[in-house]
Design a protein around this ligand. Structure first.
Ligand SMILES: C[S@@+](CC[C@H](N)C(=O)[O-])C[C@H]1O[C@@H](n2cnc3c(N)ncnc32)[C@H](O)[C@@H]1O
Length: 517
């Protein structure tokens, strides 16, 4: 095992007693994952991590946690399987397309201006199942780039790399693409979409652990990069690991290279020596290089750019919420976390409560900042994610709201309210079919989520499925009957039951009237 840190500092048995691990040896397995891959397990993350560990035990017929521990302390198949299980591989084609416009807007014009004999090199670090590097390959074709490109995708999870090499996807991975693009670059085969051969051949995939010291190096093909995308990966590490990785990624760049992180990843401005570049597509980073004539690290290179003119991936939630509530904002329904003895987590709770308070006052900028801090400290804090998404949406920061929600769903697939919020944002952007799908996902996870039925009703009304919409509003009405008028329900953002009941009935009446006509 290539330990980055020393061994565990707390005796495993004591660790299991003060945290949520059900077995001391599972705490030791987590230590291995931290040491090898930089993964962190907050108290709230431990139950889902345990489930993942037990899946690996079943797959490899390991009867006791100590057997898993013994198997994962050596590099090999079981360790690989564990790391794949403990990481989140959610990705999709053309994710945050606004950010990708950096390629056409800034990078390709610069490459065209400086002729180079060597092929340009692009690296998608943490590439999941290939969605991101293939998106880049498609974009390069669409933007008319003719010269050779070395396009590398790396990830720690072997099953994802195998999927990347197959190039076969479900519609879920293509949710960021319009139909024209989909038809141009994919061939349908039953429920699957097969990637165009030319694009498939454009990228090479390798296993690489970003928390290791295997890069930058010629051997791993990770040196001298012109562009590195490492999006929605750093969010899963603690800050020390983020710094280590960011420094290595910057060293892997050519002096004129670019590093792009995801909108939800920790900003590097105060963490590492680099140039922070504001572009119309968002923030990017470059190695600090005197030779390029820059005078000071961490400076804003092109702060002249107008606020990012990115195509919103999602639009404001405000209009749906305005319909749900023509009332002033009431106390939002933000779940509070159980108190825990651990000092760090207690600090998280304080930050999170302040975020909720700021949100309740309608100070969405502060709420978003505090919620952002809270999720950086503990990405498992679902309540903070919810405040973050809602605050961004309510401040009109539409892309950020959608991106945050997608990242939150990456981590918390089983939280109905996140799917509900995603659906609300989808409907607002005119994608009612996607909104209906999200509402159904939320309801699949919780049939009693009244706001899920309301959202499904709104989406189906837009889609002209009146019978479906009637059923949805009727379900909402039936469920609301179990609550007092002044009651508050999950995900209603403080809108009282009486108002929701009124709305559901108005919608039902309107649908029935249309049927009679
Ligand atoms: C949420 S996905 C992001 C995929 C893609 N970059 C995107 O933005 O859509 C995070 C990826 O990081 C990978 N990952 C997590 N820890 C890693 C590590 N230590 N080294 C390399 N990859 C890692 C996971 O396997 C997963 O595929």
């Amino acid at each position: 095992m290539s330990a980055r840190h020393g061994g565990p500092s707390i005796a495993p048995v004591a660790r299991a007693l003060v945290t949520g691990w059900s077995h001391a040896d599972l705490a030791r397995v987590a230590d291995v994952a931290t040491a090898v891959a930089g993964l962190v397990f907050s108290v709230s993350r431990q139950p889902s991590a345990e489930t993942a560990m037990r899946r690996v035990m079943r797959a490899y017929r390991l009867l006791e946690p100590v057997d898993l521990y013994n198997a994962v302390t050596v590099a090999g198949e079981v360790q690989d399987a564990l790391l794949a299980e403990l990481t989140v591989g959610e990705s999709y084609f053309f994710r945050d397309e606004g950010q990708l416009s950096l390629l056409g807007g800034e990078i390709l014009p610069a490459w065209r201006a400086e002729s180079s004999d060597t092929p340009r090199r692009i690296w998608s670090a943490g590439c999941a199942s290939g969605e991101e590097p293939y998106t880049l390959a498609i974009l390069l074709r669409e933007l008319g780039w003719q010269s050779p490109i070395a396009l590398l995708g790396t990830d720690i999870a072997l099953p994802r790399l195998d999927a990347a090499r197959r190039g076969r996807y479900t519609k879920w991975a293509l949710r960021g693409m319009d139909e024209t693009r989909l038809d141009r670059w994919f061939r349908r085969q039953g429920p699957h979409f097969l990637l165009d051969d030319e694009i498939l051949r454009a990228a090479e995939f390798r296993q690489l652990n970003l928390a290791s010291d295997a890069y930058p190096s010629i051997a791993s093909a990770t040196s001298d990069q012109d562009l590195i995308l490492c999006r929605n990966v750093l969010i899963y590490f603690d800050l020390d690991t983020v710094v280590l990785i960011a420094e290595r990624l910057l060293r892997a760049l050519r002096p004129t290279g670019w590093l792009v992180l995801g909108a939800s990843d920790p900003p590097l401005i105060d963490l590492v020596e680099c140039e922070v570049v504001m572009t119309a597509s968002g923030t990017a980073y470059r190695p600090y290089a005197r030779s390029r004539g820059t005078s000071h690290p961490r400076r804003w290179l092109s702060a002249t750019a107008a606020p990012p003119a990115r195509t919103p991936e999602v639009m404001s939630a405000a209009s749906i919420m305005a319909e749900w509530a023509d009332l002033p904002a009431a106390v939002p329904l933000v779940p509070t976390r159980a108190s825990v003895s651990d000092g760090q987590v207690a600090a998280d709770v304080v930050a999170h409560e302040s975020a909720a308070e700021a949100y309740a006052r309608g100070d969405y900028a502060t709420a978003e900042r505090l919620a952002q801090d809270a999720v950086l400290r503990d990405p498992e804090d679902v309540a903070a994610w919810i405040v973050r998404v809602r605050s961004a949406a309510n401040s009109g920061k539409l892309t950020e709201a959608g991106e945050s929600c997608a990242v939150a769903i990456d981590r918390h697939r089983l939280v109905p309210e996140l799917h509900y919020l995603h659906g609300m944002l989808q409907i607002e952007s005119g994608r009612s079919a996607d909104g209906a799908r999200d509402a159904r996902r939320a309801l699949y996870l919780d049939r009693t989520l009244i706001m899920g039925h309301m959202l499904l009703g709104a989406a189906l009304t837009n889609l002209d499925d009146r019978a479906g919409a009637q059923r949805a509003f009727q379900n909402a009405t039936d469920l609301l009957a179990g609550y007092a008028d002044t009651g508050l329900i999950t995900a209603s953002d403080g809108v009282p039951v009486a108002r929701l009941r009124q709305l559901a009935q108005q919608r039902l009446r309107a649908l029935t009237a249309e049927d009679i006509r």
